[in-house]
Write a protein that binds this ligand. Structure first.
Ligand code: AMP
Length: 592
């Protein structure tokens, strides 16, 4: 069926007046200083994410409103009001204080979507402690790497995850002084060298004064993967809360009566900025489903929980599409008024599927770990061009640049003003949630900025109407089911298998999860490239990296293509895998 290039919005599409109605006027008049006035601030002029998200509401008329509603298959739903969340987070801040964990110390959380995780994140922020969320599907290796890079002092996790993933490498994490366990399995934990979080919370006072943090004090450390080397720790500050609030208003269109559901895992940046912080800043009720994806369950939740604003991801939408329109039609969604998606390219087909099957188009938006919040979006009042990520939000200036290469000179770029020309997506630096550094890697951080512009590493185009279109990544990083995976981290584990002498890892396009991790390995003398060995390498990778990061496919090659300087040419592996032109191979080592 031929579909028009634009989905025009009508008054009927907007059940309530959107927060962002007149885009041009709002862009003209917007200022971050004004945006900050929507928040309360700490006495004495400080700013603290945890305080703004929780205490501001707990001390006002919203105190009894449900802040977080946890649902799961086997337990009754658990509601936590803003007042209760304030008491719990106070207790947790007191637990940290008593352990001698203070401002600037680093706390890691790794758990499923359990109440203790949310309490720990917000309580730590109120204590001025820097929070690092980790994905609970990581294996021992990525966990230890991240704790060591960030010199994590405290880890909050469950007894089951600790036993499976942390205990074995505990003595390799010298900075980790305290492990606080949620006794999920047994009700109590008696693991040596750990503390039972439930006991500590029961003993702690539920009143606490938020530690005086300034907008420039570090609040969150989010790890993200690059092409080479270890993962990078992107440092975010408490001032980011201004972006979280403004984007919750513009891009998610949050209104006080909303019932909101963000399906992202809190182990990643979306699950933190928009799964924890932004909805609380707006005083809405946030649904947290503890279960994994299940199409019938999701439709049931949308209906029964009366979700009005839903923030999800392309992989999930494609899985719903696979489960068929019939299933979608068995559930009514009278309350749902806005659907947004992030994390990977959203196919035009998926946008239309939303409109035709769910009755609402899906609004793509774009951001990344480093930006700390949504930068480019389709908002409720915008006409949608399916396939486009939308337009920069008020307060955000985006452009497309080309690199001007000149040997030996500092990097320079030219802004491309002509429409529809591909280049690197760049943002004028200075928005409040911009990352303030890569931990211990100042040089890498500085490389991201040229002439006041932050270079995103994404390739994109801008059309004549100011809409941005994602083209691809400028590097070799893999996006699988919305998660960034660094090929180097995977390759490093593969070559620790006794049979593997070299490994190259690429993202192979996949119709559902975007890309799957595919590894090419060559073997040491004496090993046979057979099925048994392939399974053995696969098992090694899964055990060390976890299922979310390990390769789904492994292929044997006699040798891997390398540049003359010895770097594995992943680009070439990918081109060969996909049957694409090999491009410039002038740096290829002969014979590869
Ligand atoms: P992360 O830092 O893990 O959030 O990943 C950020 C990266 O995901 C971006 O740099 C893009 O490559 C990709 N990404 C995020 N949102 C979108 C989107 N709407 N369309 C296409 N790619 C996206």
């Amino acid at each position: 069926m031929e579909r028009p290039p634009v989905i025009h919005k009508t008054a009927q599409d907007l059940r309530i007046a959107p927060n962002l109605l007149d885009y041009d006027a709002e862009c003209r008049t917007f200022s971050w200083d004004e945006a900050r006035k929507a928040l309360q601030g700490l006495p004495g002029g400080g700013l603290n994410i945890g305080f703004e998200a929780v205490d501001r509401h707990a001390a006002g008329p919203g105190r009894d409103q449900v802040a977080l509603r946890f649902v799961s298959r086997d337990k009754p739903a658990q509601d936590m009001s803003y007042a209760e969340l304030a008491r719990q987070t106070n207790r947790f801040a007191n637990v940290l204080h008593k352990l001698g964990v203070g401002k600037g110390d680093r706390l890691y959380v790794m758990a499923g979507r359990i109440p203790e995780l949310y309490v720990a994140v917000l309580g730590a922020l109120k204590n001025g402690t820097v929070v690092t969320p980790m994905f609970s599907a990581f294996g021992p290796e990525p966990i230890a790497t991240r704790i060591n890079i960030g010199e994590g002092m405290v880890l909050v996790t469950t007894d089951a995850l600790y036993r499976r993933k942390v205990k074995q490498l505990r003595d390799k994490m010298p900075s980790l002084h305290h492990v606080l366990l949620v006794a999920e399995d047994s009700g109590v934990t008696d693991e040596p060298d750990t503390l039972d979080l439930g006991n500590l919370m029961a003993e702690a006072s539920d009143s606490f004064s938020t530690v005086a943090t300034s907008p420039d004090d570090p609040a969150l450390l989010h790890f993200t993967s690059g092409t080479t080397g270890t993962p990078k720790g992107a440092i975010h500050v408490h001032g980011a809360v201004v972006t979280h609030h403004a984007t919750g208003r513009y891009a998610l269109d949050l209104h006080p009566d909303d019932r909101y559901w963000c399906t992202a895992d809190p182990g990643w940046v979306t699950g933190t900025s928009y799964g924890i912080i932004a909805p609380l800043l707006h005083g809405v009720t946030s649904l947290i489903d503890r279960e994994e994806f299940d199409a019938t369950r999701w439709y049931t939740l949308l209906q029964q929980e009366k979700i009005s604003v839903w923030y999800t991801a392309p992989t999930a939408i494609r899985m719903l599409m696979k489960s068929g329109a019939e299933l979608a039609s068995q559930h009514a969604r009278p309350d749902l008024r806005f659907i947004a998606s992030v994390g990977e390219p959203l196919n035009p087909e998926a946008v239309w599927w939303g409109k035709e099957v769910l009755g609402l188009p899906i609004h793509d938006n774009w951001w990344q770990t480093e930006t700390g919040g949504i930068m480019i979006a389709n908002t409720p009042a915008f006409d949608i061009k399916p396939g486009s990520m939308g337009r920069p939000l008020p307060g955000i200036e985006a452009c497309i640049v080309e690199h001007l290469e000149a040997e030996g000179e500092p990097a320079r770029v030219r802004v491309i003003h002509e429409p529809d020309v591909e280049g690197e997506l760049a943002l004028k630096s200075g928005w409040p949630s911009m990352f303030r550094g890569y931990l211990n890697n100042e040089a890498r951080y500085r490389k991201c900025f040229v002439d006041e512009l932050y270079l995103t590493g994404d390739l994109a185009k801008q059309d004549a109407d100011g809409y941005y279109w994602f083209v691809g990544r400028a590097d070799d990083v893999i996006k699988s089911a919305g998660h960034l995976i660094g090929p180097f981290e995977v390759e490093s584990v593969l070559i620790e298998h006794p049979a593997v002498i070299e490994a190259g890892v690429i993202g192979k396009p996949d119709p559902v999860v975007g890309e799957v991790v595919k590894a090419f390995v060559s073997l040491r003398d004496g090993y046979q490239p057979d099925e048994e060995l392939r399974l053995s390498i696969m098992a090694h990778a899964r055990k060390r990296l976890g299922a979310a990061v390990a390769p789904k496919e492994i292929a044997f090659l006699p040798s891997l293509p390398r540049t003359r300087s010895g770097k594995i040419m992943r680009r070439l592996l990918k081109a060969r895998e996909l049957g694409l032109p090999e491009g410039d191979t002038s740096t290829l080592e002969s014979g590869a």
